[in-house]
Write a protein that binds this ligand. Structure first.
Ligand code: HEM
Length: 408
């Protein structure tokens, strides 16, 4: 269906920050796919949105036209300041080659026993209580603790990291980006005050030839690209990105997965009876409730799509969550079904992005979510909801800040 730019603007109400969208993103995705596949709005800042699977997937695979150099948020970031998720080839290719070594399957497999102990300790710590908040008790501390291991930070500080992570995630969809409001600025300032000396300390230790942990932070500080290392600012930026991208997202995944299983007792019973369905349940959750339902690109030349001209240097929202519910790609997309084919789910859902920026942490978050679900099934019998969950406020994210549950 071709559309005129005017019809495009009128056809569907879509505002990333509106309660209507936040409460039911799939309804808006469906309306956009059908009535205005190229949507333009001035709210909260001028941007276009692509919702049809064919358009989003084609765009994400064409990184020359759809650049990440201004960053994945709504605000235009400073070009060259970011690593990986805010860079284009050839820089991105080299960074990815270097950094991806820290995410090799062998590195992740080596971490699995420690993660298993951690999950077990967390769940045993609250299993006797009979009720709790799945996010506070398990879904938040698990990925944040793993992030502490990766970045060499004290686990005792995770409550503080959590307080920064959510405002930083909110800033992705705010016009002012990292200067959007006082809360966001405070989070960035606290992050800088804490991480600046932490990273400098490790840099100095490496320079002095001292023994340092063989973790991701050391890797970031020693990786060379054309004989040059990443700058202090770039490492600061990447660690900040990781705190949000690697922890908040996995927290949401674990919460969304348990929430949907509670909402669909037949599906919960299937997984309870056959634990080999856990990987498919994790993947179906990622499809059904993509924790990051979209991110931005900026087009390097004018593009006309479905009759709408997208001027060069526009911010364009790529709706991963809409790809995951597009009937062109999925049989009964709005049915939550843990018996879907695992391979097809992994190949087709866009929850981890598509193309050269495909999530490096995907295998890690899959392990964390599977371990968390296994522990919940093992230790929390007769699991049930225990009050209304509160949704997360960041507009590009989908999931919960609290998820009250009871068991036993
Ligand atoms: C359920 C959990 C997760 C979700 C839903 C998720 C989602 C995503 C998405 C959508 C992208 C693509 C960004 C883009 O296209 O602009 C991405 C990239 C990335 N993610 Fe994740 N992520 C998760 C977990 C993690 C974890 C645990 C880590 C690391 C510890 C991580 C590290 C990264 C990195 C480094 C990139 C950038 C890759 C690049 O630009 O080449 N993510 N993630």
């Amino acid at each position: 269906m071709e559309q005129t730019p005017e019809a495009n603007d009128r056809a569907v109400e879509f505002d990333l920050l509106s309660a209507a969208f936040q409460l039911d993103p799939p309804a808006t995705f469906a309306a956009l796919r059908e009535h205005c596949p190229v949507h333009h709005t001035e709210r909260p800042a001028p941007h276009f949105s692509l919702s049809r699977q064919a358009d989003v997937l084609t765009a994400l695979r064409d990184d020359e036209t759809w650049s990440s150099k201004f960053g994945p948020g709504l605000a235009f970031g400073e070009v060259g300041a970011g690593v990986l998720v805010a860079s284009d080839p050839p820089g991105h290719t080299e960074e990815r080659l270097a950094i991806s070594r820290a995410f090799r399957p062998s590195v992740l497999e080596a971490m699995e026993p420690d993660m298993r102990v951690l999950v077990d300790d967390l769940v045993r710590g609250f299993a006797d209580r009979g009720e709790g908040d799945l996010i506070r008790d398990l879904a938040m501390p698990l990925p944040l603790t793993v992030m502490c291991w990766l970045l060499g930070m004290p686990v005792a500080d995770i409550e503080m990291f959590r307080r920064w992570v959510l405002p930083m995630a909110e800033a992705v969809a705010l016009e002012g980006g990292r200067a959007a409001n006082q809360e966001v600025m405070d989070a960035y300032r606290s992050y800088g005050t804490y991480f600046g000396p932490h990273i400098q300390g490790r840099t100095d230790a490496i320079a002095a030839g001292e023994e340092v942990p063989a973790d991701l932070l050391t890797r970031l500080l020693t990786v060379e690209r054309n004989g040059k290392r990443l700058t202090h600012q770039q490492v600061m930026g990447f660690c900040q990105f990781l705190l949000v991208a690697g922890s908040a997202t996995t927290t949401l995944l674990i919460g969304n997965l348990v929430h949907r299983l509670l909402e669909h007792p037949d599906q919960l019973a299937l997984v309870q009876a056959d634990r080999s369905l856990i990987p498919a349940a994790v993947e179906e959750s990622l499809r059904y409730d993509a924790p990051v339902h979209g991110l931005f690109r900026t087009n390097t030349c004018p593009v006309t799509l479905h009759g709408v001209e997208i001027p060069q240097d526009s911010k364009v929202y790529m709706m991963f969550g809409s790809v995951n519910r597009d009937p062109e790609l999925w049989d009964e997309p709005d049915r939550f079904d843990v018996t879907r084919d695992l391979k097809q789910l992994r190949q087709q859902h866009a929850a981890f992005g598509v193309g050269i920026h495909y999530c490096l942490g995907a295998p890690l978050s899959r392990i964390e979510a599977a371990l968390a679900l296994e522990a919940v099934l093992d230790h929390l019998p007769r699991l049930r909801p225990n009050g209304a969950p509160s949704p997360v406020k960041a507009a590009v994210l989908k999931g919960f800040e609290t998820l009250p549950i009871a068991w036993g």
